[in-house]
Design a binder for this molecule. Structure first.
Ligand code: NI
Length: 267
């Protein structure tokens, strides 16, 4: 089944139909979801979601644009959320220079702190990097992020940068953008990245693929992404689903689901 490696179901865009939508995922072939924290609040909701739904796991972290809210005290709280049994990653963390706030110096401090946190709690990282290719790579290399492991979410850089991350044995989150007509650079990168390093993701509620571009995104759109990857790679849709699920289970250290997961007892 499809493994959704990056969604934000805590987002208010899902307030009206969250439960209905999440319960319907399985019948549409979506087997597992990583709900990714991006702020202190969303980490709290992520913890609630993974407690409520057997197929949801969580990533705990603060997005670069939200790092202005961090201090020593709440950082301790954040770290404590990493000990929850269904927390499988630290993220999303990184650098975002598209938005001016907070200033890069602040973003860098908390990126480094959260990378170190991931190392200490022994979890892989989910990296958000936008218009900050060089600084992200510099920090990751300096802190030996290859020893931590992780995924570059919503990969948007060139294949040359992809090579650097492959050298660190990182995975690449590929989402709706790969279906866009003008995504030539990303299609080249996907062609270049080995299939064993690709994860499927949506970044819901953002970045819906064609033909639903501009609308609210959800994991139900992942078949469009898988189909686009299949075309670029010249393999079947089923192979893409199977390989990317295996990749995600490797990275997040999740075993294949067993039959008892069929009755989602605590819905
Ligand atoms: Ni995200």
């Amino acid at each position: 089944m499809i493994f959704e490696s990056h969604a934000h179901y805590d987002d208010e865009a899902f307030d009206e139909d969250r439960d209905e939508l999440l319960v319907s995922l399985k019948e549409h072939g979506i087997g597992t979801v990583i709900n990714v924290g991006a702020s202190l609040d969303s980490c709290k909701t992520t913890a609630e979601l993974m407690e409520k739904y057997s197929f949801i796991y969580g990533a705990i972290g603060v997005h670069p644009s939200e790092t202005g809210e961090l201090n020593e005290e709440n950082f301790e709280w954040l770290r404590s959320r990493c000990d929850l049994s269904k927390t499988v990653a630290v993220g999303e963390i990184g650098l975002d220079y598209h938005w001016p706030e907070p200033e890069p110096a602040v973003q860098k401090v908390w990126f480094e702190r959260q990378l170190q946190m991931a190392r200490e709690v022994k979890l892989p990282v989910i990296i958000h990097s936008r218009e900050a290719a060089k600084d992200t790579l510099d920090i990751m290399q300096a802190l030996h992020a290859e020893e931590i492991g992780g995924v570059i979410h919503c990969y948007s850089y060139t294949k040359e940068t992809a090579r650097e991350y492959l050298n660190m044995d990182y995975y690449f989150g590929i989402g709706g953008v790969v279906t866009f007509q003008n995504a030539r650079k990303l299609k080249e990168a996907v062609e270049y990245i080995p299939m064993e390093k690709i994860l499927l993701e949506t970044d819901s509620p953002y970045l819906a693929p064609e033909p639903n571009r501009g609308r609210r995104n959800s994991s139900l759109n992942l078949p469009y992404v898988a189909e686009a990857v299949a075309q670029i790679k010249g393999i079947s849709y089923d192979e893409v689903v199977e390989i990317t699920e295996k990749n995600a289970r490797n990275l997040f250290r999740l075993q294949r689901q067993h039959s008892h997961d069929r009755n989602i007892a605590i819905l």
